[in-house]
Design a protein around this ligand. Structure first.
Ligand code: NI
Length: 454
């Protein structure tokens, strides 16, 4: 049987209960404390909140609780100090808390509040904090936190000072009522369909992983010309990965939970069609995948989750696509339940930090030998499987194309098929001459009398 809390939820930005200073708890032996904590945990669960402060249930005490979920979401990192495990039942309890925020860096996150139902706004907070508090037995402990957890703790502490997010938010927005979604979800997914948009072997990686989860696709759209087959007024959810086309905004509004996109970069970095290629060409040491909700503007929607992938060796575009979409599938399946239940905080992208990639053209593969060897080597990896890095050579007075499939930056006294570049030497390891099969650089040198490249 589902237990219901007896506590009220206090709402309204001008409600005095939410605005007056709160009292320190001195008597931890009070018989009222344990039942209050239990009731607050029930209330938080019932309202699907991630944190709840005592004034929000009509008790003007310096006390708040935080759901365990906050410790495991959105890059939360933490360490407790003092006592090892202040866990009680399902939430963490903070009594008489004092917070130290750090001035840099700040982060913006879209926040809502159970006391301001139906609204959310962008709030700027410290990324990391340190908090000291007491548990329900009065034992003191410390906690250092980052990520979502740090934001939740700052939000709850504000409540104890009579501060609400409407005092500090930017661009407040009315949102749909999310309260009932939890119980409606099963029903919705039965009545309305999940549509998958994707058109490559990497998209299939995700499609396959979704099978056997509650989010298996009912309809697969692999080309823009199939968009017209979506005739229902309402679909539950769209999932888009590696889809070679734009989704018309008219269609977006027909998805109850929007269309979720798996994008192989750490957005807002590398928006657009060639993020993985640019990651390789720029020699980045960290790649990553972002799960966002599709917006009218390409790759600019709010972020549901991100995962980094350190590049400890050199990858080609197909290898990195494979890694990032596999990772993306796992992250997606992991977060979808809380997203659909309205419990996943979305984070707006920082437009100022946005960078863009463009569609790769065949000519991009044409090697400019004036470029440094290290850059040409990256392009050899980035431009696979298409357009591939290529050059031309003369053979029996005919100009032929030579695809460079594998290369490495070489030392001055190295052996093999060496080509001087604008800076440094490139050793060509594997090639495909026009009309022939792949061969090693040495085989090519033996078989062809190369006069020059151009
Ligand atoms: Ni709140």
């Amino acid at each position: 049987m589902e237990q219901k809390s007896k506590l009220p939820i206090i709402t309204g930005k001008d409600n005095p209960i939410l605005r007056i200073p709160n009292i320190r708890i001195g008597k931890f032996s009070s018989p009222d404390l344990a039942p209050l904590l239990r009731q607050m945990a029930l209330k938080m669960d019932e309202l699907k909140g991630i944190g709840l402060a005592a004034p929000q249930v009509g008790k003007n005490l310096q006390l708040f609780i935080v759901d365990k979920l906050a410790f495991h979401k959105e890059r939360s990192e933490w360490s407790f100090e003092g006592i090892a495990n202040p866990v009680v039942s399902r939430g963490y309890i903070f009594i008489n808390p004092v917070i130290t925020t750090f001035p840099k860096p700040y982060e913006i996150m879209i926040e809502g509040c159970l006391s301001l139902p139906g609204w959310e706004g962008r709030v700027t907070r410290s990324r990391r904090i340190r908090i000291k508090a007491q548990n329900e037995k009065g034992e003191a402990f410390g906690l250092r936190a980052r990520g979502l957890l740090a934001k939740v703790l700052q939000h709850e502490l504000d409540h104890l000072k009579g501060i609400l997010i409407c005092d500090k938010w930017e661009h407040p927005k009315k949102i749909e009522r999310k309260k009932a979604i939890g119980s409606l979800l099963q029903h919705t997914l039965k009545e309305e369909k999940i549509v998958f948009f994707g058109s490559s072997e990497y998209a299939r990686l995700i499609l396959e992983k979704l099978k056997g989860t509650p989010f298996a696709a009912h309809i697969v759209i692999s080309h823009t010309r199939e968009l017209g087959t979506l005739k229902e007024n309402r679909y539950a959810l769209g999932i888009l990965a590696f889809f070679g086309g734009i989704i018309p905004s008219e269609l977006l509004s027909r998805f109850r939970f929007g269309i979720i996109n798996v994008h192989p970069s750490l957005l807002p970095k590398y928006r657009g069609p060639s993020p993985v290629q640019q990651t390789i060409i720029h020699g980045d040491t960290i790649a990553g995948v972002s799960i966002i909700r599709l917006d009218r503007k390409v790759d600019a929607g709010p972020i549901l989750a991100q995962r980094k992938f350190p590049l400890e060796k050199s990858y080609t575009t197909p290898q990195l696509h494979h890694i990032l979409f596999s990772l993306g599938a796992d992250v997606l399946i992991n977060i979808l339940p809380s997203y659909l239940n309205g419990r996943l905080p979305l984070k707006a992208q920082d437009e100022v930090q946005a960078t863009y990639t463009r569609l790769i053209k065949k000519e991009d593969g044409y090697i400019n030998w004036q470029e440094p060897a290290f850059l040409i080597e990256r392009k050899v990896r980035a431009y696979q499987p298409w357009p591939t890095a290529y050059t031309y050579f003369e053979n029996h007075n005919a100009k032929k194309r030579l695809q460079i499939l594998e290369a490495e930056v070489a030392e001055k006294n190295a052996d093999g098929f060496l080509v001087p570049c604008g800076k440094g030497l490139l050793r060509i390891k594997k090639v495909r001459p026009e009309g022939k099969n792949e061969m090693s650089g040495e085989e090519f040198l033996r078989g062809y009398n190369v006069v020059r490249f151009e």
